[in-house]
Design a binder for this molecule. Structure first.
Ligand code: ADP
Ligand code: MG
Length: 605
């Protein structure tokens, strides 16, 4: 909507004033005309009212048009002023233009007919000038108050033309000081090549950015910045506008982030159990050092695989997959997995997104095989020790009554034995039972007896040979071939009587396991860490059934008839060797013979 233009016509000649008013009010669009017949009235009106344009006659009763113009300018009247002069008064017109009039016309009829158009143009021009001034001011404010530091440099010389307040405070220099420098003077010496190619890019392509540019503060400190530059043309001249962001805080934050990441990572990798992170498709996202080592992966190769593939070489998820459960329920889960003779415990925990839903799964896997074995051995050792103690106590108590029984049997035999074959038979049965009981008691008593003997350095090879010779009769009778490979091993530090007992039991068992002859190989060697002497007894006898293997060391476990076995040999041997810090291991299968391995503490060289 265009509003009616308001014009103040300053004219003392009545007729002239009417004429001008007529022209202006008849014009389309018509003007709203206000008349003033002298300078002071005009000044008063102009200061009170708002006009879009003012025409000013030169000849006025109490003051000249130039004087009115001067006063209007002093009052900062914004409306454009058109000077109206008599013909031939061009000098006055020039003076008026100098003093701030926008235009002038002469008082000829033709010129006055043009007045509406002149006025309209004046209004338009004035509005444009105002807008220009406003946007100039806006730009200026924007430039000066911008939070970002701005430099304007000459594109040719790179001399600084202008810089804003943020730029001043960023580098601690004033605009005046800045104007005496070229921009590269503000850049750290080691980045001169960088800044040079930066400006070249701007000139070639109109814009460029540069990260981590080191500017120099007045106090020689380095200020790291990110800079972007644009080429701007102003008439013939080219400038570069540089927008400079201080990135000290950003760098600091970045460094802190890196540091905490680093710490987390070393924590992650320092954990000696396996940890990995999976997504909902069991795809591995990361694994700690132990996980990578165990699965033989690198961080990169891991990413393409599934957890069940890397850990257990499976092609589908494990049954009762705890990761799946954790996804479903959002709660941690646990399973125990048996894989290739080892036991793994797996815990899964949800890694939640910002809404609290499980986003990823952390899987914690621990190989508990040794732990479990140790636990089991501990239970076994304790059980054996208490059984041993108990039974040797009982054995001791049984010895006297057994003696009494034997004495009584002897008396009965002397009295009636040989006269009655029936009695004789029963007495023989009593005798063999007493002997068997006596053997059991002897065996059991060894348990307590051996505990009293001191340790010494034992030549294992010699001991094996002397023990073999004790069983020489059985060995040759059963056509058993002894094959000895007694290496040059260090001596064992152990109680010699206990060890003799152990060897005797094992060799005796081997002999009994080869009723139709065979080979008994005995081999000694030193463990890799040189801390143990290892003795291996390998026979090719009947072998041991798998279900018997776990009971071998249990007291009174025997597969032999009541006359040939007590079931105490291996139990005693195991207990004695364990007590000396060693171990006994068995490998066997039915029909394939058995191998007993005795591990003994070596004497340190
Ligand atoms: P015993 O010899 O009195 O039966 P042991 O404790 O010495 O008691 O042995 C327990 C069992 O272990 C034996 O009954 C036998 O079944 C088995 N065994 C031990 N050594 C061997 C071997 N070398 N070959 C086959 N079986 C064996
Ligand atoms: Mg035996």
């Amino acid at each position: 909507m265009k509003k009616t233009p308001r014009v103040l016509v300053v004219e003392d000649d009545n007729q002239q004033a009417r004429f001008i008013q007529l022209i202006l009010t008849k014009y389309t669009p018509p003007f709203d005309v206000q008349l003033a017949n002298d300078g002071p009235v005009a000044v008063e009106l102009a200061s009170k009212e708002k006009y879009d344009v003012i025409t000013l006659d030169y000849n006025l009763p109490s003051m000249t048009g130039l004087q009115v113009l001067e006063q209007l300018k002093k009052l900062d009247i914004q409306a454009p002023i058109i000077m109206v002069t008599g013909q031939g008064d061009e000098k006055i017109a020039v003076q008026a233009l100098r003093n701030g009039a926008l235009d002038y016309i002469t008082k000829s009829k033709e010129q006055l007919n043009l007045l509406p158009r002149v006025l309209l143009r004046a209004i338009r021009e004035n509005n444009l000038a105002k807008q220009l001034e406003q946007s100039r001011k806006r730009y200026f404010d924007l430039f000066h108050n911008a939070v970002i530091a701005i430099f304007v440099v000459d594109a040719e010389t790179l001399e600084i033309q202008q810089m804003n307040q943020s730029a001043e405070s960023l580098l601690g220099i004033s605009v005046e000081e800045g104007r005496q420098k070229a921009f590269f003077n503000l850049v750290s010496p080691d980045q001169q090549a960088v800044i040079e190619s930066f400006f070249k890019n701007i000139k070639d392509s109109g814009r460029a950015t540069i990260e981590n540019l080191h500017l120099l503060h007045r106090d020689k400190r380095v200020v790291p910045t990110d800079v972007s530059g644009n080429l701007v043309k102003s008439g013939e001249q080219e400038f570069v506008e540089l927008f400079v962001t201080d990135i000290r805080d950003k760098l600091k934050m970045h460094r802190q982030l890196q540091l905490s990441q680093q710490r987390l990572l070393s924590l992650f990798n320092g954990i000696t159990d396996m940890i990995c992170v999976l997504d909902s498709n069991y795809k591995l996202l990361m694994g700690n050092k132990r996980y990578l080592e165990f699965t033989g992966n690198t961080g990169k190769s891991l990413m393409r695989k599934q957890c069940y593939e890397t850990l257990f070489a499976r092609t589908s998820p494990c049954e009762n997959c705890p990761a799946f459960e954790t996804y479903k329920t959002g709660e941690s889960h646990f399973i125990e997995v048996y894989h290739e003779n080892r036991i793994y415990q797996i815990w899964t925990f949800p890694m939640r997104d910002l809404e609290g839903r499980p986003d990823f799964i952390v899987e914690y896997t621990k190989d508990v095989t040794e732990h479990k074995e140790m636990e089991q051995q501990l239970i076994k050792a304790e059980k054996l020790a208490s059984v041993g103690l108990l039974s040797s106590g009982i054995a001791h108590e049984l010895r006297n009554p057994l003696n009494i029984i034997e004495t009584a049997r002897y008396a009965i035999e002397a009295e009636l034995g040989h006269s009655n074959p029936e009695v004789d038979k029963r007495l023989k049965l009593i005798k063999s039972s007493i002997q068997r009981s006596s053997a059991i008691i002897d065996n059991l008593l060894q348990f307590s007896r051996h505990s009293k003997f001191a340790k010494e350095k034992v030549d294992v090879a010699a001991l094996i040979k002397s023990t073999m010779s004790l069983l020489y009769k059985e060995i040759t009778q059963q056509k058993i071939q002894p094959l000895l490979a007694l290496g040059d091993t260090p001596r064992a530090y152990i109680n010699v009587d206990s060890l003799k007992q152990v060897f005797l039991n094992i060799i005796h068992n081997a002999v009994q396991a080869m009723p139709n002859g065979g080979e008994l190989r005995v081999r000694t060697y030193t463990s890799e860490d040189k801390k143990s002497v290892i003795v291996e007894f390998k026979d090719n006898g009947v072998g041991i059934a798998e279900e018997h293997l776990q009971h071998l060391f249990t007291p009174f476990f025997t597969t032999k008839g009541p006359t040939s076995g007590t079931g105490l040999g291996l139990y005693l041997s195991y207990t004695l060797v364990k007590r000396e810090g060693g171990d006994i291991q068995v490998r066997s299968a039915v029909g394939e013979g058995a191998t007993f391995t005795v591990i003994l503490p070596a004497v340190a060289e």
